[in-house]
Design a binder for this molecule. Structure first.
Ligand SMILES: N[C@@H](CCC(=O)N[C@@H](CS)C(=O)NCC(=O)O)C(=O)O
Length: 247
């Protein structure tokens, strides 16, 4: 199980809470009735965190972020200022999407995402790290060549295809990456394959990766993905809480 950095943020909690009502939202965020998730709908990292929270049946207060206008409270909680950021009731901040997934599923894992039908959690984490590392590297340079100096997007597409080819081999054997039912790796990786596919859908459809294409179609048709993609307006301090929940 991956270790989650504990960054308690309770220093300003009042020392005498005897007369206060039970945990509820307060201005300083030291005592919340549920975890807070800073999220951005289209971000693949935030997407996978939201899907894991839904799969774990954990309700959170969702704060939709606009990346060019990040809320100060999010930056204070996590100075690296990437989404997603999850703040637990005790003030613990988890600001890595995979750690949010693993935390949520360690709390509650009714769909058994942490225990795939074949392979182990470590095997899944190894495949996810290949996605988050090399695949994401090539995806960024294929999708956003102008953000980098002197890159050939098609060269990066070809390198990404080599990784897709390996995924296709796995998916030829099992319906999902680790057996006949979906698990952590499927939901952690699929949002990035979706981005790759959408970069040039015609080219993706013409690639010989029929198993990846079928697996991505299944993912896009899943109710978990559908619910995770609900649209919310940008969150502002003082807004009524939006509860993001499984059912
Ligand atoms: N390793 C982080 C990466 C998160 C990340 O890079 N998120 C992007 C959006 S998809 C972000 O917030 N970028 C900051 C920015 O664009 O200002 C995680 O897994 O949570």
């Amino acid at each position: 199980m991956s270790e989650i950095d504990l960054v308690p943020n309770t220093a300003s909690a009042p020392s005498d809470t005897a007369d206060l009502p039970p945990a509820k939202d307060t201005k300083d965020g030291t005592s919340q009735s549920r975890p807070i998730l800073y999220s951005f709908r289209r971000c693949p990292y935030a997407m996978r965190a939201r899907m894991a929270l839904l799969a774990a049946d954990i309700d959170v207060e969702l704060r939709e972020v606009v990346l060019r206008d990040k809320p100060q409270s999010m930056i204070e909680a996590s100075p690296k200022a990437t989404v997603p950021v999850l703040i637990l009731q005790d003030g613990t901040v988890i600001d890595e999407s995979l750690e949010i997934m693993v935390w949520a599923l360690a709390e509650n894992d009714p769909l058994e995402w942490l225990t795939p039908e074949s392979g182990t959690l470590d095997d899944m984490l190894a495949l996810i790290s290949q996605n988050d590392g090399p695949f994401k590297h090539h995806l960024d340079r294929y999708k956003y060549p102008n953000r980098f100096d002197d890159v050939d997007p098609l060269e990066h597409r070809r390198d990404a295809e080599k990784i897709l080819n390996r995924l296709d081999g796995r998916l030829a054997v099992g319906k999902y990456l680790f057996g006949s039912r979906p698990a952590l790796a499927d939901f952690a990786i699929a949002p990035f394959i979706r981005q790759f596919a959408n970069t040039d859908k015609e080219a993706f459809d013409a690639m010989p990766f029929v198993h990846v294409q079928r697996w991505l179609d299944d993912f896009l048709a899943s109710s978990l993905f559908d619910r995770a993609m609900t649209k919310y307006d940008q969150w502002h301090e003082g807004d009524e809480p939006i509860i993001f929940k499984a059912a």
